[in-house]
Design a binder for this molecule. Structure first.
Ligand code: SF4
Ligand code: SF4
Length: 434
């Protein structure tokens, strides 16, 4: 019975698909045909997602209709019948969104407190990847590289993935587990594509030019070459949006340090001098990159130095991070980590320790970033090295740790953060090319 009531929704998407087919847009045809399959997911977030999909469909029909009417009038062709037909399709598409208000359909897709956030993650991921698909000249998505037009299927799959992960991560008890899982998946996808590219399968590389997968090169590379600002811009944009969470959700190397430090159950403290060392390393990286450029050094010399820096980082993970249970590479060595911590202050997201804190120090054991030492806890704010990973949240039974974002309630602030960071993760997963 419910399926019968949803027929107008299915018909609206199929008509949209027919329109795209007629205009030769195979990818959009496929996605319009696949979109109704979301109706099989019996979760509350499907309702706003489908409603927005239908409204966007209605707007596309209006735009197309206006264009065709203008053309017919200018060329003295009959247009009244076309107005009636396209008007009926627009009304069908827009009014189908109202079907989700029916009681029986509302029961099928029962709303949950997390539904708006999950729907937002789906829509945000879909929108961001669609912009890349439509606006970037190179085929950025993997399916697009092998089957032109079919990147849209990947976009739909990644959007569903983003919604699913958001649902998992919104539960503070599951955040740490799922963050580590998706971060590991990301680094595996990233380096697998790199390995396949190096083996000669060019379609797995973004361009013909290889770049070193060492985070410090995000800064040093453009300083040395004087061009190639894609990665600094991507890094800057993510830092503005989600603060230092680049270093707990998005970096392709940080996940390794996370795995290394996880080998030891109880994290120990980093010596205080490591904070100064990181500033020195950042300064040296900047000075050396500029000096190499001014001296006219070859790309080979620069690459060897960059690779050596990367290898020292890996050694630090294997020896130090494993031993003391703290992500030493990320909190004491990587210059991009320091930039993420400093520039991350420009983002309004914060992790705060509220007055319910009893100074018990239990949360300290959840932090691999050396950001919850007793001095930080007594000051009621995590240290500079906090990356908003959220692993500590569940450890505090007094609920003294919370996210803040302007004047939003802490749970809403956290939901906004999770939506943004998971959507960025899904987008990076889709574009994990080097
Ligand atoms: S500190 Fe460096 S390696 Fe670690 S997560 Fe941040 S950018 Fe990546
Ligand atoms: S203080 Fe909490 S959110 Fe910040 S890095 Fe440590 S565990 Fe993660």
């Amino acid at each position: 019975m419910n399926a019968f009531r949803l027929l107008p929704v299915i018909l609206a998407f199929l008509l949209l698909g027919a329109h795209f087919l007629r205009s030769g847009q195979s990818g959009l045809t496929v996605i319009s045909g696949l979109f109704p399959l979301l109706l099989f997911i019996r979760r509350g977030w499907i309702v706003p997602t489908m409603q927005i999909g239908l409204l966007v469909g209605a707007i596309l029909w209006i735009d197309t209709a206006l264009e065709i009417i203008a053309f017919r009038r200018a060329s003295d062709q009959p247009w009244i019948r076309f107005v009636v037909i396209s008007g009926a399709i627009i009304i069908l598409t827009a009014s189908s969104a109202l079907l989700f208000r029916l009681k029986s359909i509302r029961e099928r897709y029962r709303a949950e407190p997390s539904s708006p956030a999950i729907a937002s993650a789906f829509i945000l991921t879909f929108t961001l990847l669609s912009i890349v698909q439509l606006k970037v000249r190179l085929p950025m998505l993997l399916m697009e590289r092998f089957l032109p037009g079919f990147g849209w299927i990947e976009i739909l799959l990644l959007s569903v993935y983003s919604a699913w992960i958001t649902g998992k991560m919104l539960d503070p008890a599951q955040t740490a587990r799922w963050r580590k899982r998706i971060w590991t998946v990301f680094t595996i996808v990233f380096f697998s594509q790199l390995a396949l590219g190096l083996l000669g399968l060019d379609r797995f590389l973004m361009t013909d030019t290889l770049h070193l997968p060492v985070p410090a090169m995000i800064l040093a590379g453009p300083l040395f070459r004087g061009d190639g600002f894609f990665m600094p811009i991507l890094f800057g944009a993510t830092v503005l949006l989600v603060g230092p969470a680049w270093c707990s959700h998005l970096c392709y190397i940080g996940a390794w340090d996370n795995l290394a430090s996880d080998r030891t159950r109880k994290p120990r403290r980093l010596p205080a001098w490591t904070h100064t060392t990181r500033i020195i390393i950042l300064t040296v990286i900047i000075v050396v990159a500029i000096a190499l450029r001014l001296a006219g050094a070859s790309i080979t010399v620069a690459t060897i130095l960059g690779a050596a820096f990367g290898m020292i980082g890996v050694a630090i993970m294997l020896i130090w991070s494993r031993q003391i249970g703290v992500m030493t590479h990320c909190t004491a060595f990587c210059p991009i980590g320091l930039l993420a911590n400093l520039l991350g202050k420009l983002s309004p997201f914060r992790l705060c320790i509220n007055d319910r804190c009893t100074d018990c120090g239990i949360c300290r054991l959840s932090c691999r970033y050396d950001a919850l030492n007793m001095s930080d806890i007594k000051r009621r704010r995590p240290g500079l090295t906090c990356t908003l990973c959220g692993d500590c949240l569940h450890s505090c039974t007094d609920r003294a740790l919370e996210y803040r974002f302007f004047r939003l309630y802490p749970t809403t602030a956290r939901a906004v953060f999770i939506v943004l960071v998971v959507s960025l993760h899904a987008v990076c997963l889709g574009l994990a090319l080097i």
